[in-house]
Write a new protein. Structure first.
Ligand code: HMG
Ligand code: MG
Length: 314
């Protein structure tokens, strides 16, 4: 480790030069909190993330406030975030109502969120899988017609808490449907953190073979079994350059039992920095942000890197 608290840089072959981190702490992280986080705290969180160099910061969700009360302040929060130079602020939209709410506030990046399994489509969206895709199609079309960038999430790509193992063909089918609708990028969600690196490689290779290029794919790993970083490295070795992560390792999904925190952004940045891969993120500032956020939430961050770097300061 260097004197300024960073890992020694030792590049490894076959990896990208730069990775874009899609920061989900303010959305995936906070949607799962028991207590509602004040809007002021959320706004400061996003501003601090931007200040740490993150340029894609998923801000909130325009979902039904009764389903996700933690994000019911989306209308109040979103206008307080715009105008951050060079920062994109994607928001989740489950249907046309959500898209209209987001567009009314000037959102330029939205995400629809599908599932590879029937059980999670029902639990998360109150629809069958096919019905949820039918809801998304005109949403994506309208967003694209208004020049808005659209991400398509696919949850339960590696396993499902109700259905168990998920056939890769199911994931391919949903990815293809979202691409046909016009989604600009897809994010492969390991919602309950059961993926392992060989599975990640196989799924990426199958998606390529079925016509989905690696450039269109991001990865979204939850860290339930401590595999998120290993899975990310497997994805990087495959050529993926968009990685979702959550500051401090916050996160989970209220509609999927056994979903725990996302890959911590600090753990990711530590590894990428050590590999000499550019992210534009200042690890010190990011860690300070997660320590501050942990104080707001009243419990320590689960990120190993946050813990290691912050205990050194004391
Ligand atoms: P529903 O109850 O079936 O909705 O919920 P509906 O279409 O029957 O409408 C019922 C009422 O809700 C209507 O009002 C609608 O207007 C209203 P009424 O006419 O009765 O007065 N409504 C809305 N209000 C505000 N905003 C909206 C909206 N839509 C309908 N957007 C719905 C269906 C999809 C809305 C609901 O299930 C929902 O909001 N789900 C959100 C689930 C969610 O946010 N999950 C977490 C995000 S996904 C995730 O975390 C996974 C991810 O991280 C990747 C991974 O880890 O795998 C992305
Ligand atoms: Mg998630």
């Amino acid at each position: 480790m260097t004197a300024d608290g960073l890992p020694m840089t030792r590049p490894a072959p076959g990896l990208p030069a730069r990775v874009r981190i899609h920061e989900v702490g303010a959305r995936d992280g906070l949607q799962n909190e028991q207590a509602t986080v004040p809007t002021d705290v959320k706004a400061e969180f996003v501003h601090r993330l931007a200040d740490a160099g993150l340029t894609t910061i998923e801000a909130t969700s325009f979902v039904h406030p009764k389903w996700v009360p933690q994000l019911a302040d989306a209308e109040e929060l979103f206008p307080r975030l715009t105008g951050l130079p060079g920062v994109n602020l994607p928001v989740l939209v489950p249907n046309r109502r959500g898209l209209d709410r987001a567009l009314a506030l000037g959102a330029r990046h939205v995400a629809v969120f599908a599932s590879a399994t029937e059980s999670f489509a029902k639990a998360n969206l109150n629809r069958t899988l096919d019905d949820s895709l039918a809801v998304f199609a005109p949403v994506v079309r309208h967003a694209k017609d208004t020049g808005v960038h659209v991400r398509g999430y696919v949850s339960m790509c590696f396993g499902d808490p109700w259905e168990g193992p998920v056939e890769p063909a199911q994931v391919v089918r949903v990815c293809a449907a979202l691409r046909d609708m016009g989604c600009d990028e897809l994010s492969l969600g390991d919602t309950i953190g059961v993926a392992t690196p060989g599975h990640v490689r196989d799924l990426l290779a199958l998606l390529n073979a079925e016509g989905v290029p690696t450039e269109a794919l991001g990865v979204h790993f939850h860290d339930t079994y401590g595999q998120a970083l290993a899975n990310t490295l497997a994805a990087l070795q495959h050529g993926v350059t968009t990685v979702d992560a959550s500051a401090g390792g916050l996160g989970g999904c209220p509609f999927a039992k056994s979903a725990t925190g996302n890959l911590a952004t600090e753990d990711l940045v530590w590894m990428l920095r050590g590999l000499g891969i550019e992210t534009g993120v200042d690890l010190g500032r990011l860690t300070a942000t997660s320590v501050w956020m942990a104080e707001q939430l009243g419990r320590p961050s689960p990120s190993r890197t946050v813990r290691a770097l912050s205990s050194k300061d004391q």
